[in-house]
Design a protein around this ligand. Structure first.
Ligand SMILES: [Zn+2]
Length: 386
């Protein structure tokens, strides 16, 4: 049987992958001594075996009943109890806690006080609220084995905690760093971005060798956390630069009554010329058809000269300039899908045009662009659609 075709993607480096799963779809391995981790390739959980029973950390529903199978496997191999006596929540999210109800009613559930509040709010039978809660710090000790649960403030979620195993050289922090992978969807869907950005540095302030990150197929190292920090720092620097230099207003104005289209165009790099392709406003041969990089709070760039021979310029009020910009020349984006749009920008910035007239011209240009972009019918099918 051949596999169905997958979308194109770059080859996955071997270093991003973990051990193979067994026939039941999970892998269980030792982290250190009696601390183990389980993965289904996408989610991770962990457990400590003790002489009094098992302490489980997170219960992802995708692993589900394989959690107990993995515990049974390890307990049988080591001759210890397979009874889960404690369940610790890293945070309240369903994808890490949704199998909590699979465990005995008498299990002691431990979590941050905000986790309890949110789970009571959610009222989800799959995720019973923890009865043992804490505000900042809690030492969980079971049969001489210790886990330090610490809340350092909101990051990925308001209640996400750091779980340090001082006797096992391990830290567990869920949904911040993905070992060998970039974060998914807007920094792992994090609710507090500054807290999310800070969390890896807090993680690195603990002594540990092994890092249980909650996702994907392998454990993380300190180097993984450092690479993650560099990646996020790069994004942050680029975002700060873009915020300081890209003026979204022309996009908002261009799309008129459809603000989300303006936002999309302003965020989509392919719709803007590269800085090097932007004409310099001071050059007589290249009129300013694109605002130079300025702060969004800066005044607009100087307008280009008007052409007395151009019918579009002639229809605008204001004194004519004797120089003659080439309004029909393709803009710098002529090689790309936005070809021709740039020339319209010369008119948006024409002198003597008040805001209503300017908006009307922008709208007209947007309509023309919209007609140009519309898929054409070719032999009964629309060109450009799959
Ligand atoms: Zn989460």
């Amino acid at each position: 049987m051949t596999s169905p075709a997958l979308p194109d993607y770059a080859p996955i480096p071997r270093s991003s992958l973990g051990p193979a799963l067994n026939d039941q779809g999970y892998y269980v391995g030792r982290v250190e001594r009696n601390l183990y981790w389980i993965t289904d390739g996408v989610y991770q959980s962990a457990f400590l075996t003790t002489r009094d029973g098992v302490v489980l950390f997170d219960a992802p529903p995708t692993i589900g009943h394989n959690l107990q199978r993995a515990i049974d496997e390890i307990a049988a191999a080591n001759g210890v109890s397979n009874q889960v006596t404690h369940l610790v929540y890293s945070h309240h999210h369903d994808d890490h806690a949704g199998a909590a109800s699979l465990f005995d009613r008498n299990v002691v559930r431990v979590g941050h006080e905000e986790t309890r509040r949110l789970l009571l709010r959610d009222n989800d039978p799959a995720r019973p609220a923890p009865e043992v809660t804490f505000a900042d710090r809690y030492t969980l000790e079971v049969a001489g084995e210790r886990a330090e649960l610490v809340w350092h403030g909101p990051n990925h979620s308001p209640d996400n905690i750091f779980i340090h195993f001082p006797g096992h050289d391990t830290l567990m922090l869920i949904d911040v760093v993905n070992a060998g992978w970039v974060p998914i969807y807007n920094l792992n869907l994090s609710e507090d971005v500054p807290g999310y950005i800070q969390a890896p540095a807090t993680a690195l302030s603990y002594p540990w060798t092994h890092f249980i990150c909650g996702h994907l197929g392998r454990l993380a190292t300190r180097d993984d956390v450092s690479v993650h920090q560099q990646y996020i720092a790069d994004i942050e620097a680029s975002a700060r630069e873009a915020l300081a230099t890209v003026d979204p207003t022309p996009f908002y104005m261009r799309y008129g009554e459809n603000p989300w289209a303006g936002v999309k165009a302003g965020l989509r790099p392919t719709s803007t010329p590269s800085p090097s392709a932007r004409p310099r406003p001071s050059s007589p041969s290249t009129p300013a058809c694109w605002p130079p990089p300025t702060s969004r709070f800066s005044p607009p760039p100087p307008p280009p000269p008007r052409s007395p021979s151009c019918s579009r310029c002639a229809s605008t009020a204001g004194p004519a300039d004797q120089s003659t910009p080439d309004h029909n020349a393709p803009g710098p984006a002529s090689a790309g899908p936005g070809a021709g749009r740039m020339s319209g920008r010369q008119h948006w910035a024409a002198p003597g045009v008040g805001a209503p007239a300017l908006k009307e011209k922008i709208t007209a240009t947007a309509r023309r662009a919209s007609r140009r972009d519309r898929p054409r019918r070719v032999n009964g099918s629309e060109e450009g659609t799959p």
